[in-house]
Write a protein that binds this ligand. Sequence first.
Ligand SMILES: *Cc1c(COP(=O)(O)O)cnc(C)c1O
Length: 480
Amino acid sequence: MNVILSTGKSIPLEMHKVRIIQKTTLPPLVQRKKAIAEAGYNTFLLRTNDVFLDMLTDSGTNAMSDNQLSAMMIADDAYAGSESFYRLSETVKEVFGLSYAMPVHQGRAAEHLLAKAFVKPGTIVLMNYHFTTSRAHVELAGGKVIEIFHDDALQTRSDNPFKGNLDLSKFQEAIDTHGAENIAYVRMEATTNLIGGQPFSLGNLRAVKQLAEKYSIPVVFDGSLIAENAYFIKTREKEYAEKSIHEIILEMMQLVDILYLSARKCAGARGGLIATNHKNLYDQLLPWLPVYEGFATYGGMSTKEIEAMRVGLTEMLNIDVASSAVDFVRYFVEKLEESGVPVVTPAGGLACHIDAQRFLPHLPQSAYPAGALAAAFYLVSGIRGMERGTISTDRDADGKEIFADLELLRLALPRRVYTMSHVEYAVDRLSWLHKHRKLIGGLRFVEEPPVLRFFFGKLQPDNGWEDKLYQAYLKDFGAI
Ligand SMILES: *Cc1c(COP(=O)(O)O)cnc(C)c1O
């Protein structure tokens, strides 16, 4: 929730009390320098003992509530017929209005099953934008992903409130070019992750559904960040200002054929979900569930996590929960803009995204500006972010570099984990780094895995720039 202070400024308030805490430490500068070198300047390879604030991702790192923890105590452990599953199904019916629910072990498991059941070799999946795992599963099943996003989606500086909208004329064009019968489904991703957590509007979803229905193309909805998208609709789409998060979610669900989600994001539990009202679609998915995940009533999840997911899905309908990350991200983004740090605007729903190409204009994409910025920011703050740029894009089949659409440093805010002073600290160190940006040089690979190289790849700074940055920091702040 935002409140207006007597100075006229608005700040987000934490609408929860911290009753259980986990200790974190700020490792001294010299330890950070050693740790990032040992990690091959790849933040994925840092150990959490060397990390002060972990803003790598919001996946599986959100805080759980007292009600979620207590629900875990009543989990009904059974291979088949668990009461925990029936309680989950009731919740899915209430929260989404969907009758058939399938637990799966995480979001990508849902993508795997959907691709297995509906993507045939040579078919096409249309998307408002891809997510790494959603594209991988379609391609592994022999399908092809075509992204039909709005032109503004890739503009890092924009005032378009719905950069996640699907472009309807490109949708019609794809149908005309490829034939509706070759389109397996159209996938709409809420709070579109890889373009900076940008939402689509309900008006756009309705238009997508109308066109899809005309050609009998199923609409698949990736709801990993559904509550945030609903909150954006409430605050940015006029006719929904008076609607509750729940009413908006129910209206969205009337426009989709299949919902799936990563509960690691929206429900603060380690699991995932597929849900639909179409018995025939459910029946096509069901046989694969025990093959890859587990029996229909646990789907590879622990029943404790099913209970936590159930409660988490109900809690996200509360506006204080749906807005918690969004309001903090907006505050984070506004503060950075005031300091002249180039960020993706409008502020998105899961993380603050720094535009590394505008931050480091002296570095070409071949020097991996987003990766260099992630390493430099860790060195000067102890905060771990994630590179989302060319390092996260593998080479083509001939070994040629594919330059990413965007070079971003993503700083995720796990829900209800960090506080205002943590955000202020991050803003300060980023502003300092921006003033010293000329000290940051490029990176080059010393160990480069052939697939998903961003996970395990090791790199080396060009001309030892990290030493100069270390010295500049030491001079201004001392050893901490
Ligand atoms: C994280 C995520 C997934 C994959 O979910 P996992 O639980 O990490 O497997 C899919 N789609 C979106 C939009 C996500 O953010």
